[in-house]
Ligand binder design. Structure first.
Ligand SMILES: NC(=O)c1ccc[n+]([C@@H]2O[C@H](COP(=O)([O-])OP(=O)(O)OC[C@H]3O[C@@H](n4cnc5c(N)ncnc54)[C@H](O)[C@@H]3O)[C@@H](O)[C@H]2O)c1
Ligand SMILES: O=C(O)C(=O)C[C@]1(C(=O)O)C=C[C@@H](O)C=C1
Length: 381
């Protein structure tokens, strides 16, 4: 299946990243955007050329415009590029397809798709050729999609080094309500509360808060369109969370009421009837995080994390990784926290649980200060 030359319409974060990935894979990419400056910046970061494509030669059109603009731009693309497969990267699929059924466009050449990769940023300046590497990319053929069109989109996904998942349009929209849109709103609510927190208290913000609020920094205009396009699937999820929030509040109220007054004042653990009601909520959270697939879409793997103190000096990281390599251990993930008071950081290494003890011993013998391996299995990222 050939995907060259390709046209990317909408050269913001996702479109320019597609352009960069395809260009890096050796394909010719023509860029279009209603904002000429976006297209220019996209070309500047290596997403493709501003030269117009010859309509009859184009093999693939990737539409990466905001949700409300998707359907008309796809329809226009099907008309202007009469032999091309047209796909889009929109976050919600059913409404776009319904609009296409109502049009006179050659719908057989359209196969929708959705890379499950992005960021809180917008525009081509933040584009990255590796945005989709190893990330899931949903392909959602419909009942009239030509097999050749689906195969062309599969080739696009391969060229962007993503992992394809073929899924029905409605199943996709229900899934993203749960794994993308509801999490987004939870992050928004949490981050919104911060507007009422005094600045001196915000100084205490740690990584947990940053993890929970990152995506709340996304473009409200884009998300208003995404959420509006998927409100049917989203509302039951929101109501379920509303119920669970009520249960959580009650559990904490009962916990509080169950503590004898001195224990409550001293902040001690309660022994009253309500004291145990909170725990199932916390355990359910742990169970949920463990269901998130691991790297490369594999089954969830519970790694263990070793925390190694690392001096803030040149070459320290490379010495540390050389030591890990000599111990024959593969590092699955890393994270660094900086000590606010001392000139050192803490490097957290996620490794196979069977190798954690041996690595800890080897690193300690080599002079590193290693925290005890966390006895509880790590949760997947
Ligand atoms: N941001 C993410 O994390 C993410 C991830 C996956 C998919 N998506 C989807 O990708 C699409 C693009 O999102 P983004 O984050 O790249 O947005 P963006 O704002 O970074 O880019 C959108 C681009 O489309 C252009 N545009 C708008 N209307 C147009 C039109 N009618 N014709 C031509 N160009 C037009 C804009 O000028 C802009 O350059 C959306 O449909 C979104 O749902 C976003
Ligand atoms: O910001 C990120 O990390 C994302 O991957 C964003 C994310 C997601 O929720 O997974 C958001 C919306 C898109 O439709 C796809 C990806």
């Amino acid at each position: 299946m050939t995907i060259s030359p390709a046209v990317v319409i909408g050269t913001g974060l996702v479109g320019a990243s597609v352009g960069c990935a395809l260009t890096a894979a050796g394909h010719r990419v023509h860029l279009e955007d209603r904002s000429l400056s976006h297209a220019r910046v996209a070309a500047g970061v290596g997403a493709g050329t501003l030269d117009p494509a010859v309509g009859t030669e184009v093999a693939l059109v990737v539409v990466a415009v905001p949700p409300n603009a998707l359907a008309p731009v796809i329809i226009d693309g099907l008309h202007r590029f009469p032999y091309a497969t047209v796909t889009d990267v929109g976050s919600v699929k059913a409404g776009v397809l319904n609009a296409l059924w109502d049009s006179d466009a050659d719908v057989a050449r359209y196969v929708g798709s959705h890379p499950m990769a992005g960021s809180q940023f917008s525009g081509p300046v933040t584009a990255r050729a590796d945005l989709f590497t190893d990330r899931t990319w949903v392909i959602a053929p419909h009942r009239k999609s030509a097999q050749a069109a689906t195969d062309t989109v599969r080739e696009l996904v391969r060229a962007c080094r993503a992992q394809e998942v073929i899924m029905d349009v409605d199943v996709h929209d229900a899934a993203v309500a749960r794994v993308s849109h509801l999490p987004h709103l939870m992050s928004v609510l949490m981050a919104g509360r911060l507007t009422e927190v005094p600045a001196e208290q915000l100084q205490l913000a740690g990584q947990g808060l940053r993890d929970v609020t990152r995506i709340a920094g996304s473009d409200p205009g884009l998300w208003q369109q995404i959420l509006g396009a998927n409100s049917g699937a989203l509302l039951p999820e929101l109501r379920a969370i509303q119920d669970q929030l009520g249960e959580l509040i009650k559990a904490i109220e009962d916990d509080r009421a169950g503590r004898p007054e001195p224990a409550r004042r001293n902040g001690q653990d309660g022994t009253g009837a309500g004291a145990s009601e909170l725990r199932p909520h916390l355990e359910r959270g742990v169970a949920g995080t463990r269901r998130i697939p691991g790297k490369h879409g594999a089954a969830p793997v519970q790694y263990r994390r070793l925390v190694v103190e690392i001096p803030d000096t040149p070459g320290a990281l490379s010495r540390l990784f050389a030591g890990v390599g000599q111990a024959g251990v593969n590092v699955e993930d890393i994270a660094i926290q900086h000590d606010p008071d001392r000139q050192l950081g803490y490097l957290s290494l996620a490794v196979d649980p069977d190798q954690a003890d041996a690595l800890s011993t080897a690193m300690t013998a080599a002079g590193w200060v290693v925290g005890e391996p966390d006895p509880s299995p790590d949760l997947p990222d």
